[in-house]
Design a protein around this ligand. Structure first.
Ligand SMILES: [Zn+2]
Length: 238
């Protein structure tokens, strides 16, 4: 059966994501770490975080459709905006890295989420980000340095913010890789940031391994911190 294509943002037919809805993803990339309370937990001061768009309206609808409603066709469209944002960040990142190669590290999804979606969506965003960085003149490559730990992850429901942070920190570990990130510059990539606890936990793991974390690039950031509604989605990597 062929399902007619429909814009997830407004319901327009025969278009994957219509022009007016797409424009919500085409603003200037912006700093968001002030809105993500948990990013101040990173041991070497606040971690810079940049988002392509606000996780609201058509953007939120598109991300949900892409992640959870089988709209894999939105991946290249969202990826193109991440690529553009990454290219725009090159001058800023070069000031930090001094032009050294940047490892683009996707926040890992759970194996269950990858199986359910049939794809590694955040990995695809990381590839798009690395493309954009290289297009802007910054040496970069994707490094799947992080992995979900199989055990020890508790349900987030009912945990306070600090306990959730500790719980999330226990979620991620370093993948045993041929090239350890020690001494290397890293840029984390994820789809949505809410409190920043996931990004903070990942940055902590990389820092503990001796990596230098330049920041995080997100597809979208929730505009209102502290609400509990999206925390579970973000922290379980589901
Ligand atoms: Zn639309």
């Amino acid at each position: 059966m062929i399902v007619p294509e429909q814009c997830p943002g407004c319901g327009a037919w025969d278009v994957a994501l219509c022009g007016p809805c797409l424009r919500h993803l085409q603003g200037q990339v912006r700093r968001v770490e002030e809105a993500a309370a948990r990013l101040d937990d990173v041991r070497h001061g606040a971690l810079p975080a940049w988002a392509v768009a606000s996780y609201t309206g058509p953007v939120r609808a598109a991300v949900v459709a892409w992640k959870d409603r089988g709209r894999a066709d939105l991946g290249p469209i969202l990826g193109a905006e991440v690529r553009r944002a990454a290219a725009a960040l090159v001058p800023t990142l070069k000031e930090v890295t001094g032009g050294a190669e940047l490892l683009v590290v996707p926040v890992p999804s759970t194996a269950a989420a990858r199986r359910r979606r049939g794809a590694d969506l955040v990995g695809d965003l990381a590839s798009a980000a690395a493309d954009g960085l290289r297009a802007g003149g910054q040496r970069a490559r994707v490094d799947h340095a992080l992995a979900h730990r199989r055990h020890g992850v508790r349900d987030q429901v009912g945990l306070g913010a600090r306990a959730r942070g500790r719980n999330t920190a226990a979620t991620f570990g370093l993948r045993v890789a041929p090239a350890a990130p020690g001494g290397r510059w890293c840029l984390l990539v994820d789809d949505v940031i809410t409190t920043g606890s996931t990004v903070s936990a990942c940055a902590g793991v990389l820092s503990a391994a001796g990596a230098l974390v330049a920041g995080a690039l997100l597809l979208a950031a929730t505009p209102t911190p502290g609400r509990s509604g999206h925390e579970v989605i973000l922290s379980t990597g589901a």
